[in-house]
Design a protein around this ligand. Structure first.
Ligand SMILES: Nc1ncnc2c1ncn2[C@@H]1O[C@H](COP(=O)(O)OP(=O)(O)OP(=O)(O)O)[C@@H](O)[C@H]1O
Ligand SMILES: [Mg+2]
Length: 350
């Protein structure tokens, strides 16, 4: 058969408040390789947090991104995040088969801050401990209304959402497939987006918890735009460090620092909450991703405030790619931005 040996591919589509990111990964026995990539920025207020304010503009931009990347793309893996999605971890007695599902549903009803009727549930068994006959379950619940609105949007772009994932799991997936997870160190994966920062913890080599901080780089973007009186296009350039020659760099740094107060204290608060909940005293290192990892001075400032070793994520670390696909940019320069889309494209969609 002529199809034999052909690798399978998955497209990850990450629709963020600031930009849409698309990555197609070929899956074969030896690993992954990138076969398509695209990024397209949205108008400033088209999406704010998880609220789609200008549906037409979002659809237009998704379609344009598909056209410019590969118009044949139909199947996509997407993710949802924000207020309409809840994740929770709990331990139950070990079960098998359909009993598992029943036990999880029962547990969910006991602890859910929402009506189980109104949500779509998905779960994942993190670990099973045969000695004590228990298992750790991770639950993801999404409000049905929100899920439907989001899926309708993707379908109205002419696409087929084959898997709906969650940002946190995409980030975790991208990390686990690119790095050797060190089970002796507690890792915080911090993904700074435009409106939301997702923090996901790995302890003893396994997923431990995840939390969204309602702050991102938007405050910095707004402050930079105002301080230097820039139009949206130039403000975006400044955020990428592309105006280094035309704006005062000390002033830029000072603007970034003063506008990231809420973001930094949100991350600090999330860390101290995690430590108190888990009785883990120290987070050993931070892997920073999202566009926030690329804003000049922000990673250094974050590290100096939080005082935990920090490394920029490279979700392409273990992935083959042709640098030509990236056109004008160096892949490692924008890699942190692609973390969610790479994690989504790692899912087996067929
Ligand atoms: N090379 C770059 N391309 C795009 N955005 C960049 C780049 N460098 C820095 N940024 C900044 O990163 C921020 C957006 O980050 P990101 O793309 O992770 O957010 P998002 O996914 O669109 O938003 P959210 O996850 O909150 O919905 C913007 O403020 C943008 O200015
Ligand atoms: Mg994002």
């Amino acid at each position: 058969m002529f199809l034999q040996g052909k690798s399978k591919s998955t497209v990850g589509l990450d629709v963020g408040a600031n930009s849409i990111k698309l990555v197609r990964l070929e899956h074969d026995k030896t690993g992954y390789s990138v076969s398509a990539i695209g990024i397209r920025e949205l108008p400033p207020e088209a999406i704010v947090s998880d609220e789609i304010r200008d549906r037409e503009a979002v659809i237009f931009n998704i379609q344009s991104l598909i056209d410019q990347t590969d118009p044949k793309i139909r199947d996509v893996v997407v993710s949802i995040s924000g207020h309409s999605v809840i994740t929770d971890k709990f331990t139950i007695d070990k079960k098998t088969g359909p009993e598992t599902e029943q036990a999880i549903l029962f547990e969910t009803e006991q602890r859910a801050p929402f009506d189980v009727e109104d949500v779509s549930l998905d779960y994942h068994i993190i670990k099973t401990d045969d000695d004590i006959n228990k298992m750790d379950v991770l639950l993801v619940a999404a409000r049905k209304e929100y899920l439907k609105m989001y899926l309708d949007l993707i379908e109205d772009c002419g696409l087929r959402p084959v898997i709906v994932d969650d940002d946190a799991f995409a980030i975790l997936n991208a990390y686990e497939n690119n790095y050797e997870v060190d089970s002796t160190r507690v890792t915080a994966l911090v993904n700074i987006g435009h409106d939301v920062t997702n923090v996901t913890y790995i302890a003893e080599g396994l997923f431990s918890a995840t939390r969204d901080v309602s702050a991102g780089t938007r405050d910095i973007y707004d402050a930079v735009q105002k301080e230097f009186r820039l139009n949206p296009e130039l403000a975006s350039k400044a955020m990428k460090g592309d105006l280094a020659d035309s704006i005062d760099q000390d002033m830029f740094k000072a603007t970034v620092i003063s506008a990231s107060e809420e973001l930094v204290s949100g991350i600090e608060l999330a860390f101290s909450y995690f430590r108190s909940q888990t009785k883990i005293d120290a987070i050993d290192w931070i892997i920073l991703s999202g566009g926030g990892a690329l804003v000049p001075s922000l990673p250094e400032f974050l590290q100096s405030k939080i005082n935990i070793p920090l490394e920029l994520a490279n979700p392409l670390r273990n992935i083959d790619y042709d640098p030509e696909l990236f056109q004008y940019v160096q892949p490692e320069k924008i890699a942190p931005l692609l973390t969610v889309s790479v994690g989504l494209a790692m899912r087996k969609a067929r």
